[in-house]
Design a protein around this ligand. Structure first.
Ligand code: NDP
Ligand code: HSE
Length: 440
């Protein structure tokens, strides 16, 4: 059988990794796919660099349109990133009847519904294993391996850059900027690293997983997004004293509020008990914990970023498409796991309605009655306390920190209590509120 012909858009970090792994493991991959997989054309703005990577083994062009319009190309791999030219080229490729492989979570989380609809209409596949958790086959696991289950919740460390930064800051005492620069140098960070450090990239991935887990459209605009830029070293230290680690988690979960089913979709720094496996995931590694009603909790761990780990997922999609290209479109695995006519409209819950536990840190004047005032406000809001730390004032100071861990409650109760606590004359400045997940 003739090799399947592939066009590659963008040969930067992941593109070059894909090119190299496909070249290196060509024979093994062919034995698995049943036919050869050959990159015949590469488009990249930097044609000189592209020629260097490809070594003249295929045609190199600057204009991606030449790839998506090429009559001999069966599969287009989009590794440019962003939602500008990438969206345009992906839609053109689909329109031209080509299958698409992409690692572009930003594109799918924001325009996925239109892209999957266009692919459905054309009977082509849009594959995106590399878009979530790099080299970990989490899309395959959610869409196929766990298909018997009603998924209850997913919680994951799904951004390598931020996990790398948090690990380097904790273990090596690096400052934020140095750790970020290293993550960029290692090829983990997005072209705009704000996407990483502000939690946007993790929210893109959580959005895609929520759609596949619950059979809902992708709805990035409804996700709650908080990054690690406001996280303070003192909270990382106090969390450790209380037996917790702080990780940037992407969480999506079924919930029932006032008898109505909804979906939580949120990304924020989260305290996790230090004894959980996921709390010990360090560096650029990713881990995704999925809870299904039949299987219980399953954990997927591996490299979440970088050239070859991501190439591993891109090529897995190439092989899948090569095997399935001739199958009747009706009998392929649906893009978002559920049949397109069986999607539901369960609403994403506003953040005020979510339920979790909280870490509260407040700076107070060390005077009698402070603690009583704070606990009274929490009790009135039906928030009960699990653990508390009160630090000795530093020598010569009268102010000190009080740290509390609460039982589960609704976010709106905590927000209302915080307003009242901050209004106390004995409480200095703003209170720090972080969320806690036991993940048991
Ligand atoms: P890079 O920036 O390293 O690579 C993108 C490449 O596309 C660059 O060579 C760039 O050229 C080229 N490019 C930009 N615009 C065009 C255009 N109009 N036409 C043709 N080529 C163009 O990004 P990555 O490889 O890191 O990321 C690619 C995608 O993979 C993104 O969607 C990213 O989110 C995703 N991803 C990345 C991971 C990683 O670890 N890096 C992991 C998982 C997913 P130039 O440099 O000249 O601008
Ligand atoms: N910037 C992303 C990360 C790349 O750091 O996880 C992988 O999606």
């Amino acid at each position: 059988m003739k090799p399947i012909k592939v066009g590659l858009l963008g040969i930067g970090t992941v593109g070059a990794g894909t090119f190299e792994v496909l070249r290196r493991n060509q024979a093994e991959i062919k034995r698995r796919a049943g036919r050869g997989i050959e990159i015949v054309m590469v488009a990249d703005l930097n044609t000189a660099r592209a020629l260097q990577v490809t070594g003249g083994s295929c045609e190199v062009v600057a204009d991606g349109n030449l790839v998506v319009n090429h009559p001999d190309i069966d599969i287009v791999i989009e590794l440019i990133g962003g939602y500008g030219i990438a969206k345009d080229l992906v839609l053109k490729a689909i329109h031209n009847g080509k299958h698409v492989v992409t690692a572009n979570k930003a594109l799918l989380a924001t325009h996925g519904n239109a892209i999957f609809q266009a692919a459905q209409d054309k009977g082509v596949i849009v594959a995106f294993e590399a878009a979530v958790a790099g080299g970990i086959p989490i899309i395959k696991a959610l869409r196929e391996g766990l298909t018997a289950n009603r998924i209850e919740w997913i919680a994951g460390i799904i951004n390598g850059t931020t996990n790398f930064i948090l690990s380097e800051m904790r273990d090596k005492g690096l400052d934020f900027a140095t750790a970020l620069a290293q993550a960029q140098q290692l090829g983990y960070a997005e072209a705009d690293p704000t996407f990483d450090i502000e939690g946007i990239d993790a929210a893109h991935k959580a959005t895609i997983m929520s759609a596949i887990a619950f059979g809902i459209p992708v709805q990035f605009d409804k996700a709650h997004v908080e990054g690690i830029t406001k996280l303070q070293a003192v909270d990382i230290r106090y969390a450790e004293e209380l037996g917790y680690r702080i990780k940037l988690l992407g969480i999506t979960r079924r919930a029932v509020v006032n008898g109505v089913e909804g979906i939580e979709l949120r990304v924020h720094p989260t305290l996790i008990p230090a004894k959980r496996l996921i709390a010990n995931v360090e560096g650029a590694m990713n881990a995704v914990l999925v809870h299904g009603d039949a299987v219980g909790a399953t954990l997927y761990y591996g490299k979440g970023a970088g050239a070859e780990p991501t190439a591993s997922a891109v090529i897995a999609d190439l092989v899948d498409i090569t095997r399935l290209a001739t199958a009747d479109p009706e009998h392929r695995v649906p893009h978002l796991a559920f049949q397109p006519n069986a999607m539901t409209e369960i609403a994403i819950l506003p953040m005020s309605e979510i339920t979790t536990s909280y870490y509260l840190r407040m700076r107070v004047s060390d005077r009698p009655g402070v603690l009583a005032d704070v606990t009274r406000i929490l009790a009135d809001a039906t928030i009960s306390i699990v653990a508390m730390l009160q630090k000795e004032p530093a020598p010569g100071e009268r102010d000190t920190d009080i740290i509390m861990l609460t039982h589960q409650t609704q976010e709106k109760n905590v927000e209302a209590a915080i307003v009242k606590i901050e209004a106390l004359s004995t409480v200095i400045g703003a209170l720090t509120r972080l969320r806690v997940e036991e993940l048991s």
